[in-house]
Design a protein around this ligand. Structure first.
Ligand SMILES: Nc1ncnc2c1ncn2[C@@H]1O[C@H](COP(=O)(O)OP(=O)(O)OP(=O)(O)O)[C@@H](O)[C@H]1O
Ligand SMILES: [Mg+2]
Length: 249
């Protein structure tokens, strides 16, 4: 019964909801009464200029930052993966993933971590040291660590931006397949409009402390960037880079 109740809640309550979120650093108002929702199992991308408060919003959702005002509701567990993988160099890959788990015996945690590593295609790196991994492998380890707790909300802060273009495309496929399999609500921060449009159900744009624009991407996946030119133009306009991009193209 208890399990069924949890499942029901997961499928009906938002993965994340913030209302009136306000965060100041001194006189600088970064988030100014921001409202946003990530539906259950919804993949939402967040765009915004550098310094617009995207990471601050994610940190609030992750419980890593305390807002000055407003409410934050999340469906846990909440996992975060950052731009840099943040692996502990003195722990082997498997133990880095198992570290995210609190419950169960050591053997159980290692077993779950092993399954998560298999899901991201890294079984052969189980016993490797983090410093011997490529950038993409380290980022996949970070994803395994984020997913091993079966999060209700997965927060991704520019997780692919340091990767080369080909690895980045592979990571897109991986994230989509993991998301389909586990269906966490996802909030993905990115600077890449095409990444947002090929992956997300909805794209939000944060500016001057609030969500100023939302785009519903109702297109079947896999998506071809060539079919998204109308939405890309809309987002470029909203981000205020339309003219400049056209001029330099
Ligand atoms: N701990 C802090 N102390 C003071 N100012 C901060 C702190 N954290 C963030 N800020 C400021 O808040 C603003 C928003 O920062 P944030 O990191 O959320 O931006 P961002 O949208 O993630 O930017 P980027 O795209 O460059 O990652 C910035 O002006 C930043 O300097
Ligand atoms: Mg940031």
């Amino acid at each position: 019964m208890a399990t069924r109740l949890t499942t029901t809640l997961r499928t009906t309550t938002p993965a994340a909801r913030v209302s009136g979120l306000t965060r100041r650093f001194g006189d600088h108002v970064v988030l100014d009464g921001l409202d946003a929702t990530v539906g259950p199992g919804e993949l939402v991308a967040l765009l915004g200029r550098s310094g617009s408060g995207k990471s601050t919003l994610l940190r609030s959702l992750a419980g890593l930052d305390r807002p000055d005002a407003g409410t934050v509701e999340v469906t846990g567990p909440v996992s975060v993966a950052f731009q840099e993988p943040r692996l502990l160099p003195w722990k082997r890959v498997l133990d880095n993933v198992a570290l995210a788990l609190r419950d169960g015996s050591r053997a159980e945690r290692r077993e779950r971590a092993g399954r998560a590593l298999a899901e991201v295609g890294l079984s052969e790196k189980t016993d490797a040291w983090p410093l011997t991994l490529s950038g993409g492998q380290a980022q996949r380890t970070s994803l395994a660590r984020a997913l091993v707790t079966a999060p209700g909300l997965l927060l991704l802060d520019e997780p692919f931006s340091a990767l080369d273009a080909l690895t980045r495309l592979e990571m897109h496929d991986l994230v989509l397949s993991l998301w389909r399999e586990h269906r966490p609500g996802v909030l993905l921060v990115t600077h890449d409009i095409d990444e947002a449009l090929t992956l997300a159900d909805r794209v939000l744009v944060v500016d001057r402390g609030r969500i100023r624009h939302a785009v519903d991407v109702r297109r079947p996946r896999p998506r071809d960037p060539a079919d998204l030119t109308d939405l890309r133009a809309e987002l470029l306009e909203v981000l205020g880079v339309g003219e400049r991009t056209r001029a330099s193209a």
